[in-house]
Every structure is written in structure tokens, then in C-alpha cells.
Design a binder for this molecule. Structure first.
Ligand code: SF4
Ligand code: SF4
Length: 296
């Protein structure tokens, strides 16, 4: 373990996984790596059983929505309507879907909570899997690469910290099955982090994006059916260079389609070279620019 040091002021840190409950959660200001250990266990015998599944602030990642829709045999649009509320991921000012909690004030129980625990346990969102860990990424000023780390969230009501089950962060993550979620969501998390970093640095951020770009981001984040329709029923494939084999995969593979969506958003929002324009599109744009120059 390593405590936050003064030079950390020189870093750009973004918390990736939202904490499940209120924003005033006490976060232990200690960076944990996979090798560090902590004591925690959650089971139906704890006195606080199910408490954390009330009024929880759960931002749903693209893979959460995909997994839960499959689990419930719903299309993502049906899942969104029934179980989520549209919201804003404040740190980046980007629209996201959050898990709907019951009650007029949203402080009631999660739709999937039962006396026995979570009714969608095998497909629960990644935020629920991580709890009571949060994950974050740090980039030292001047460094190219980000480093991922973890931290512990200790809320007063959570008795799990008093249990004597000791485990490493790596073992906990493996037991909770977060690896696949992190892998599929990586491109999406990068987008959130980049926007949040820009906002921290006073640069352009979510509120400066055109409403259409935000709508596209929301579509990519929440609804693979709508994304597939967009890719295959607009001029998308005439615009971007995507080989035929990949096109065939995109027709049937939702995870691959998500990756394309994230690449597309990185290209649209940050002009990154994650997708290439077709030569004909480039030539057309150059010809138009020449014409415009000649006309002026
Ligand atoms: S999805 Fe399951 S674990 Fe997560 S808040 Fe709802 S009931 Fe609790
Ligand atoms: S121990 Fe913590 S995670 Fe488990 S039910 Fe209690 S509050 Fe929730």
C-alpha cells in the first residue's frame, strides 16, 4: 500500500467506478494495488444485509446493460425503459443511464433486491461487483501511460469490514468477476476519463459538446440495437474504412459492435485516429475544399 503523497498534486486522477451510495462516502485515501490485502466479507448473516441496495447511485456501463438485458431476455431499449433513469455523469458532463431505485425520492430498494439478496447476482452491474472497492486511474504529468489503482470505501453502515476474511485486491476482483467487464468497457471508460480530465484542467468538456454528439454517446453507451441500426442503415459504412470480415462480425456480435462504437466516439469527440475515413470520402472532402478555395 502507498499513501497519497504531496507530488500526487501533480497528477490527474479519475475515479472510474462510482461508489454505490451517497457521494459523501468515506474513501480511505490509500492506493491499493492487486497485491494489497484487506478484510471484508458480505453474506446474508451480516446485520446490514441489503442496506447498500437502497438508494444506490449506480451508473450502468455499456456491458452492464448488455448483460442485464440478456439475463432478463429484454432488448436494451426495453431494459432502459423499465429499470433505468437517464442522468448525467457529472465529472464529465456526459449523459448516462443509472439504475432506477424505488420510491419517489429514489432512496428505495433496487428493483433486483430480494430478501435473499440480488436476484441478478451473476449479471449484477460492475459497480455492485467492485463494492467496497473503487477503481481509479492516475496519470503523472508528463507520463504517457495511466496507472490503475484501487481504494477502499468504508461506509459506517457496512459491517462487512468487520469480518475477518482477508483477501488481496486481485483475489477479490477475480471472485467478483470484474475482469471481463473492465475489458469490454475499457474504451468507454477512457472516454469518460478523458472528458473528466479536460473538465478538471478547464478545457473543453461535456457541456461544450453538440447535443447530437451527446445523443450519439448515450446511444453507444446504452443501446446496441440502435447502434447496429445506425451502423448498417445510414452512410456509416460508406464513410469509414471497415473491412468486410469485421462488418460480418459486427452484424452478430454485440461486444464487437460496442468496441466500434467506442472507437467511433473517440474519433468524433477527440479526433483520434481510431477509425479511418474511406479514401473516396477523403478525396471528396479535399475536392470540396479546393472548390471552396477557388470560389473565394
Ligand atoms: S443490482 Fe443487485 S447488488 Fe446491485 S444494487 Fe441491485 S440488488 Fe443490489
Ligand atoms: S456488508 Fe456492506 S456490502 Fe454487504 S450488505 Fe452490508 S452494506 Fe452491503
Amino acid at each position: 500500500m502507498s499513501d497519497m503523497s504531496p507530488e500526487d498534486k501533480e497528477t490527474e486522477v479519475e475515479i472510474i467506478n462510482a461508489v454505490r451510495a451517497s457521494s459523501d462516502n468515506p474513501v480511505t485515501p490509500t492506493r491499493l494495488t492487486g497485491k494489497d490485502d484487506f478484510c471484508f466479507s458480505c453474506h446474508s448473516g451480516v446485520s446490514c444485509w441489503n442496506e447498500c441496495c437502497h438508494g444506490a447511485d449506480i451508473t450502468l456501463t455499456p456491458f452492464d446493460i448488455l448483460s442485464l438485458s440478456r439475463r432478463l431476455d429484454l432488448r436494451p431499449s426495453e431494459f432502459l425503459l423499465e429499470y433505468t433513469v437517464p442522468d448525467m455523469w457529472e465529472r464529465a458532463e456526459l449523459p448516462v443511464a443509472k439504475m432506477k431505485m424505488s420510491g419517489a425520492d429514489g432512496k428505495g430498494a433496487c428493483s433486483f433486491m430480494t430478501d435473499e439478496g440480488c436476484s441478478v447476482y451473476d449479471d449484477r452491474p460492475v459497480t455492485c461487483r467492485y463494492y467496497p472497492l473503487g477503481s481509479a486511474s492516475v496519470k503523472m504529468k508528463g507520463d504517457e501511460e495511466k496507472q490503475d489503482f484501487f481504494f477502499l470505501v468504508k461506509e459506517d453502515h457496512c459491517q462487512g469490514h468487520k469480518e475477518d476474511k482477508k483477501q488481496t485486491v486481485a483475489d477479490f476482483r477475480s471472485e467478483q468477476g470484474v475482469g471481463l467487464y473492465d475489458e469490454v468497457n475499457r474504451g468507454w471508460i477512457d472516454i469518460l476519463m478523458k472528458m473528466a480530465s479536460w473538465k478538471n484542467l478547464g478545457g473543453p468538456h461535456g457541456k461544450d459538446l453538440a447535443p447530437q454528439v451527446k445523443q450519439m454517446f448515450f446511444m453507444v453507451s446504452t443501446d446496441v440495437d440502435a447502434l447496429r441500426k445506425f451502423v448498417f442503415e445510414t452512410k456509416f459504412l460508406d464513410t469509414y474504412e471497415i473491412d468486410e470480415e469485421t462488418v460480418e462480425i459486427l452484424k452478430i456480435n454485440d461486444e464487437a459492435l460496442l468496441q466500434l462504437g467506442f472507437d467511433w466516439m473517440q474519433n468524433v469527440m477527440f479526433q483520434e485516429e481510431t477509425l479511418s475515413l474511406k479514401k473516396t470520402v477523403l478525396q471528396g472532402a479535399i475536392a470540396k475544399a479546393r472548390n471552396d478555395l477557388g470560389a473565394s
